[in-house]
Ligand binder design. Structure first.
Ligand SMILES: [Zn+2]
Length: 113
């Protein structure tokens, strides 16, 4: 499943960060999730809990920052919000666009003790 794969991915990222920076296990991590990825936050949290179960990362608090989708229309030049991947331009109905935001999947912050 999409959410489990992504949360597993996040778990690996956090582990890599900890060993690369040689820091202690963080208290909390913040991840940016673009809404165009259509990630169910509850399933994502659960996936992270499963991935970290029995490891040093088990107690980490997971903060999820939702990033709203936004696109720039190549047909009419307007920008518009995208609630999902199949949202056409709300000004002219075109699907010819550059996605500006909403595809994020980044570890943005680790809160250390
Ligand atoms: Zn347009």
């Amino acid at each position: 499943m999409h959410e489990y794969a992504l949360s597993r991915n996040l778990f690996d990222l956090v582990e890599q960060e900890i060993s690369a920076r040689q820091v202690a296990t963080p208290r909390a991590v913040t991840v940016k999730l673009g809404n165009l990825l259509a990630v169910n936050h509850e399933a994502f949290r659960l996936g992270f809990e499963l991935a970290s179960h029995g490891t040093a990362l088990q107690q980490i608090k997971l903060n999820i920052e939702n990033i709203a989708g936004r696109a720039h229309c190549r047909a009419c030049g307007e920008s518009y919000p995208m609630s999902e991947w199949y949202s056409p331009c709300e000004h002219c109905g075109s699907f010819d666009r550059d996605v500006l935001a909403g595809e994020e999947f980044h570890l943005v912050n680790m809160e250390l003790e």
